[in-house]
Structures are given as structure tokens and as C-alpha cells.
Design a protein. Structure first.
Length: 115
């Protein structure tokens, strides 16, 4: 059974940083492109970052480009999202998934950016 467990969220001031982690299980992690999504209050879930299976190719939403970095450790079945220079509009619940996506979303991790 595919499972994702996100962690690392919290309350941070504007301009601050957080590192999110997502532990995955139930599939051959190293064979899949991984993604981070977020759902802001009152909004649809949106794709934030993509990372290829080997950790070489990345793609980011324009809103986070230059501030967020996605990475992975295939030995630990874990994908990370380093978030720098956080803004209030980054406040959201963050989720990871794979491509193709599975309907088995994790509980997400809440990120709140506020002074």
C-alpha cells in the first residue's frame, strides 16, 4: 500500500526557512519522479515542485522558483523541500506524491508564515 508521511512544517516569520520531509513506502521509490503539492486556504491543491527519479531534473512553480529546492535520498525513501525566504502566501498544507500520482495522499504538514 502506497503511503506518504510528511513532516517538518510549522510557524515561521516572513523571510524564514523550513525543510519539509516526506517518507514514502509501498512502491519502488527510486524508480519514480516525486512531487510536492500545497493547498492554500480556500484554494485547490497546486503543484509546487517536481524531481526526477535520479534526482537530476527539477521543475518548480513560478511562485516558488529561486526560493524552494526539492531533493531526495533514495536510500531513505525520502523526498525533501527546502523552503527559503518564505512569504505569507506560502501558508498552506504541503503534501508529497509520485508521478503518476496515487490517491493515497498523506496527512500533509502545515506551514504557516506569519509575523
Amino acid at each position: 500500500q502506497v503511503q506518504f508521511v510528511e513532516s517538518g512544517g510549522g510557524l515561521v516569520q516572513p523571510g524564514g526557512s523550513l525543510r519539509l520531509s516526506c517518507a514514502a513506502r509501498g512502491f519502488t521509490f527510486s524508480s519514480y519522479t516525486m512531487t510536492w503539492y500545497r493547498q492554500r486556504p480556500g484554494k485547490e491543491r497546486e503543484l509546487v515542485a517536481i524531481l526526477s527519479s535520479a534526482g537530476i531534473s527539477t521543475n518548480y512553480a513560478d511562485s516558488v522558483k529561486g526560493r524552494f529546492t526539492i531533493s531526495r535520498d533514495n536510500a531513505k525513501n525520502t523526498v525533501y523541500l527546502q523552503m527559503n525566504n518564505l512569504k505569507p502566501e506560502d501558508t498552506a498544507v504541503y503534501y508529497c506524491n509520485k508521478i503518476p500520482a496515487t490517491g493515497s495522499w498523506g496527512q500533509g504538514t502545515q506551514v504557516t508564515v506569519s509575523s
